[in-house]
Design a protein around this ligand. Structure first.
Ligand SMILES: [Zn+2]
Length: 546
């Protein structure tokens, strides 16, 4: 449980360390810090030089590493405090599996059965036909999908991005994310991660209109109160279509086509047809129109200033899926217009296009989308490394970047640095990426593990309707909190934080604090990508092979 009075001079990975990867931890305050093994033998000493003040937290934080340690039990000692940690060969398997299982708990349109959900079981939710917002005479059944976040809305673009993170985790690091999840499809031919992803892909397919475009979202006109999903009975609406939703869906479905065709060719072909249909709509509607909530609608906007990055990603994936030069030409044109190749969030998906070019298409992408893009990607991925180096905690975020869902840019930085490492073999990139994984597991200014159900000091009250309404003390496990937000503006969050709280500590572990402690599928998904990479490194004894 979170204890505000708790204080430790050490900040470390609360889920333990892997014997194939360096142990890294932070000392806050006075040294020296001493590392001892279980027999009391001193293995490492950090001398007492005072660390500079970390700008994001105000802490005198010293990041240190004794390197790799053999499996066993260890103790860190400083200032009269003794903190224990363990090193094992495969420490993060259960947290990786739980992060993927977190998506099962977000499933909509079905009951969560006790066999799979345990105490978190609930009856089916949101099963009534959805009404078209623009033409109320039209209604149809749209089933499945994941609840987006702390609310019960379902949003096409963010859902497509979350599914894509999972699919890329599977493509690149299958041994890191192939655990059995105990979901209804477990034991079928399809690996569990792909079964879970198919729950969302089947829903995305239903969000397409007959002209090829995709509805932006399926939500009510307002957010539900803190009730269980099966009690949320107000009508759901298919909201107007948008360019970004259409392009993101096209990209995700083209990516999924390549993965599912080995298991279920009919499903895969439906996804490719849908993606091409969406692409044709985009070609006939070249002028970007940003989505805005219709009058009277108060659910998430997920607005965006451009669809260039979504189109770029879609063109890359459609080229990978079909080999047709028209997609490569369009991808080259959009690349030349300028893309952020290290962005992996719902608003900017340039990094997903880069993933496709660098790790799927490779030389087949041609000199522009492989050779040139690789150079540009390597340059852009220096940014998270320099941010991490400037941070006392090794966190790849500058103080002013601690906004709503700060865990997303932190994990995006980890993804970019992992990709750099895979392309170049640079260990400084690997170590810095590892520090972001350690950040979510407790090596941060709050001494807090941001994943529910894990860590010694863990998030207990996420802004998540089922966790708040189910009458169970512990929150639904395997969900990652958005984390500190220096711009938090909700009055209850603000009054709890008070004045002058440093950015990296602007966090309130309370249900009301949506602006610091909400969960979201597209924050869980980059965590899965990062977790699968490091878990696969453990399985493969530190080596990464394609
Ligand atoms: Zn639902």
């Amino acid at each position: 449980m979170t204890d505000p009075a708790r204080s430790s001079v050490f900040r470390l990975c609360q889920e333990g360390y892997a014997s194939v990867l360096p142990v890294r931890a932070v000392l806050v305050g006075e040294g020296p810090a001493v590392l001892k093994d279980s027999t009391g033998k001193e293995l490492f000493r950090l001398e007492a030089e005072p660390a500079p003040t970390d700008a994001a937290s105000g802490d005198r934080a010293a990041l240190f590493s004794p390197g790799r340690l053999a499996p066993g039990c260890y103790f860190l000692e400083a200032c009269g405090e003794k903190r224990k940690f363990e090193v094992t060969s495969d420490p993060w398997r259960s947290v990786t599996d739980a992060l993927i299982k977190g998506f099962y708990f977000q499933r909509c349109g079905c009951a969560l059965d006790r066999r799979y959900a345990g105490d978190y079981a609930h009856p089916a939710c949101h099963t009534a036909p959805a009404v078209d917002w623009l033409d109320r005479s039209v209604s149809r059944r749209v089933t499945g999908g994941w609840h987006d976040a702390g609310d019960y809305g379902k949003y096409t673009g963010p859902g497509a991005v979350a599914a894509a993170h999972l699919l890329y985790a599977w493509l690149l690091f299958p041994e890191g994310c192939s655990g059995s999840l105990n979901i209804p499809e477990s034991g079928s031919e399809l690996p569990d991660l792909l079964s879970e992803c198919a729950w969302e892909l089947n829903w995305i397919l239903q969000m397409q209109r007959s002209d090829g475009s995709f509805h932006h979202k399926l939500t009510k006109d307002h957010f539900a109160p803190f009730i269980m999903p099966q009690e949320d009975l107000d009508p759901e609406y298919l909201m107007p279509a948008s360019h970004c939703a259409t392009a993101a869906a096209a990209a995700c479905l083209a990516l999924a086509f390549r993965i599912y065709r080995a298991y279920d060719p009919a499903f895969a072909n439906r996804m490719l047809l849908s993606a091409v249909h969406a692409w044709d709509w985009l070609q006939h509607h070249p002028d970007f129109v940003p989505f805005r909530n219709p009058e009277g609608v108060h659910t998430g906007v997920y607005g965006d200033g451009s669809d260039s990055d979504e189109r770029f990603w879609a063109a890359c994936e459609l080229f990978a899926a079909t080999g047709e030069s028209r997609f490569r030409e369009e991808a080259e044109r959009l690349y030349a217009a300028g893309q952020q190749l290290t962005a992996f969030g719902w608003a900017n998906v340039g990094g997903l296009g880069a993933l496709c070019c660098l790790f799927v298409l490779k030389e087949k992408a041609g000199p522009v989308l492989f050779t040139e893009l690789r150079e540009k990607f390597l340059r852009q991925s220096e940014k998270p490394l320099s941010c991490a180096r400037a941070s006392g905690y090794g966190t790849a975020l500058s103080p002013e970047q601690y906004g709503w869902g700060s865990v997303l840019p932190i994990l995006s930085g980890a993804m970019a640095m992992m990709m750099n490492h895979l392309l170049t073999g640079r260990t400084d990139m690997l170590d810095a990426a590892l520090d972001q994984w350690y950040y979510v597991l407790g090596m941060n200014a709050l001494d807090l593990c941001f994943i529910t159900g894990f860590g010694e000091n863990t998030v207990c009250f996420p802004h998540h309707r089922p966790s708040g309404a189910d009458g169970i003390d512990a929150p639904v496990p395997g969900l990652i909190s958005g984390g500190p937000n220096k711009y938090a503006s909700f009055p209850a969050t603000r009054s709890r934080l008070g004045e002058n709280t440093p950015p990296a500590k602007s966090f309130v572990d309370e249900t009301f604090s949506a602006d610091t402690n909400e969960i979201a599928v597209y924050w869980n998904s980059p965590a899965v990508f990062v977790a699968a990479f490091f878990t696969q490194l453990c399985v493969k004894n530190g080596a990464w092979t394609e």
